[in-house]
Each structure stands twice: as structure tokens, then as C-alpha cells.
Design a protein around this ligand. Structure first.
Ligand code: ZN
Length: 189
């Protein structure tokens, strides 16, 4: 399942096919437009340099936290502090939207900028914590890929970001390794 926070972390892209290529998509205009539109957020595009450096810094720390939780670690004081730091900087106002039979209370950002986006990312991570299911945070088992995702499958056994891509690739790699090991044994005898 894609969440706002994992989509943000995956802006640091690694070629899952194993070419060793990686790309920081955070500063690509196309990535910024797609990201804001997918999550119904608004902020200046292209991202100003100062915002980009704050976003990268936050991404680095949130990535460490996600990997730690994926490895079975727990939240520590500094981790709560990291999330609260970004939540505290945001100012929202509340608005009631009333329609017959449907009343909603919505939070409207006072400023539409990347600082607000970071608060939304921290809030999204907070929702994962509120769900109490940090054991479902995963790093794709393909070491070349390292895609971060939230495993929402019933039996909690999702190992790859995408079974058709990374899952198949790893299956082929295992098959080749076994075949090679078999051939080597064959040559020796
Ligand atoms: Zn993957």
C-alpha cells in the first residue's frame, strides 16, 4: 500500500534491476507535480532550494526511522521529537463543510508551502503509528531496490514492493544461483 510518507521516502529511487543507478527525484519538477497532485497538496513548484534542503534532511531522518521500525525496532524519544518538530511548524485552520446529511470538519492549511507538506508527511507517519502496525513497515527484499512500503496484506508476508517485478527478478536470481551451484558441483565430480 502506498502512503504519503512512503511515497515521499521513495523519491530517492534505486534501480531495482541492479544496474546500481539511483536518482533523487525530489528535485524533479515532474515528481513534485505528481506528488502534490496525488496527495491533494499545494506548494510552490519548482521547490525552492531552501525547501529542497529541508525536505532532503527530513527524508534522510524519516528513512532511518522507517528502516529501524521495519527491522523490528521501536520508537525512541528522538523519533517522536522528529515528527513533532514538523507537526509543530504547521498552522491550520478548521472549516465546517455542511451538506444535507453530510457534515465534515476539515483542516485547511494557512500557508500552502513545503513546510505544510512536511507536516502532512509527519502526520501520515503518525497515522501508521496510531494504527499500531509498525511491524508492517517493509523495505523491499530486493537489495537493489530498497523501496519502502506498508504491508497491508492479510497474512503480513509481502516481501517485495512488486511481486511481478522485484519478486520475479529475485526468483530468477535464486534459480540461476542454484543452477550455477549445481554446475559447479557437476564439474567437480
Ligand atoms: Zn522492489
Amino acid at each position: 500500500m502506498e502512503t504519503l510518507w512512503s511515497d515521499f521516502l521513495n523519491s530517492q529511487w534505486h534501480d531495482w534491476r541492479g544496474s546500481g543507478r539511483s536518482e533523487d527525484r525530489l528535485e524533479l519538477r515532474a515528481w513534485q507535480e505528481r506528488f502534490l497532485s496525488d496527495w491533494h497538496l499545494a506548494a510552490p513548484v519548482p521547490m525552492p532550494a531552501e525547501a529542497a534542503s529541508a525536505m532532503r534532511h527530513f527524508r534522510e531522518r524519516l528513512h532511518l526511522l522507517a528502516v529501524k521500525l521495519a527491522d523490528g525496532g521501536g520508537m525512541e524519544d528522538g523519533d517522536w521529537q522528529l515528527l513533532n518538530e514538523h507537526l509543530a511548524l504547521d498552522v491550520v485552520s478548521r472549516r465546517l463543510i455542511g451538506r444535507p446529511g453530510a457534515v465534515r470538519l476539515v483542516y485547511v492549511p494557512v500557508t500552502e508551502d513545503w513546510r505544510h507538506v512536511r507536516a502532512e508527511i509527519a502526520a501520515s507517519f503518525g497515522e501508521t503509528l496510531l494504527g499500531g502496525e509498525t511491524g508492517r513497515i517493509r523495505v523491499c527484499d530486493n537489495p537493489d531496490c530498497r523501496w519502502i512500503f506498508y504491508d497491508d496484506t492479510r497474512n503480513r508476508t509481502k516481501k517485495y514492493c512488486d511481486d511481478k517485478m522485484c519478486g520475479n527478478l529475485m526468483k530468477v536470481r535464486r534459480f540461476r544461483a542454484r543452477k550455477k551451484a549445481g554446475e559447479e558441483r557437476g564439474e567437480e565430480s
